[in-house]
Ligand binder design. Structure first.
Ligand SMILES: N[C@@H](CCC(=O)N[C@@H](CS)C(=O)NCC(=O)O)C(=O)O
Length: 243
């Protein structure tokens, strides 16, 4: 049995749950409370030195982190239904999509953390914050925690993030003008990788951009995605619901 350390609202965790659901693989769920910094505890960092979720423990006891890598591993190990293109070029394109979305996670943090992490971080004393910083392994995430605690994002930064997220939709619109899914005619890990981003954009960030008027191909893709049984199974639910 797989054991997944995750969060219901975490985008990277959502990718892995989507992949597991497509494959019909069950898992034991271990929820990691980010606001309590459970992902920075020494025992967790031993298994995922990056100090983020998700983390997947395989049935043989070995562990894996990085959502894109986990999904590729699952597809290689449980090939049905296939979630990667059948040819090397297609798989390379798929990896570029995953990398592209990975690099844009910061634009989601600006909107996501205010719902949980920022509330806790803002109440930390300077001494508590300094202590917390020592446990966060990456400079980039230390910076994000500091921003959450002491320097909320400005409206200008939010607008900039919205513009970058809209550019992702523009790029998707181009790809979907050529074929049914982001890479060719097969639903793949490229699509799965971006689903959590689009979910958040559709809720409170830039919902209008998901309309048939603004991005018709993406809007149609989004309807097809939401109709997949795995979407429900993976519980890609409203971010602000009380999960
Ligand atoms: N590249 C990583 C990103 C993981 C990631 O950013 N996870 C977020 C939740 S979606 C997290 O753990 N954030 C808490 C933190 O940075 O302190 C992956 O795809 O697994």
């Amino acid at each position: 049995m797989f054991v997944l350390h995750h969060g219901w609202r975490s985008s990277a965790s959502r990718r892995v749950r989507l992949c597991l659901a497509e494959k019909g693989l069950k898992f034991e769920s271990i929820l990691v409370d980010l606001a309590k910094m459970e992902h920075h505890r020494p025992e967790y960092l031993k298994l995922n030195p990056n100090g983020v979720i998700p983390l997947l423990i395989l049935p043989d006891g070995r562990s894996l982190y990085e959502s894109g890598t986990i999904c590729e591993y699952l597809d290689e190990t449980y090939p049905e239904p296939p979630l990667r293109p059948g040819d090397a070029y297609g798989r390379a394109e798929m990896r570029n999509w995953i990398r592209y979305t990975d690099e844009r996670i910061g634009n989601l943090i600006i909107f996501n953390w205010r719902h949980s992490i920022a509330k806790v971080a803002a109440n930390m004393t300077d001494a508590q914050l300094a202590e917390a910083m020592k446990k966060i392994p990456s400079k980039e995430r230390q910076q994000a925690w500091l921003r959450a605690a002491r320097q909320p994002y400005t409206p200008e930064e939010e607008d900039e993030a919205r513009a970058k997220l809209t550019m992702m939709l523009d790029r998707m619109e181009g790809a979907l003008g050529e074929h049914a899914w982001l890479v060719g005619d097969r639903y793949s890990l490229a699509d799965i990788g971006i689903v959590p981003f689009v979910k958040r954009m559709s809720e409170e960030i830039i919902p209008d951009e998901l309309s048939d008027e603004k991005h018709p191909k993406v809007a149609e893709w989004w309807r097809r995605i939401q109709a997949r049984p795995a979407f429900k199974e993976a519980r890609i639910e409203s971010f602000t619901s009380t999960l």
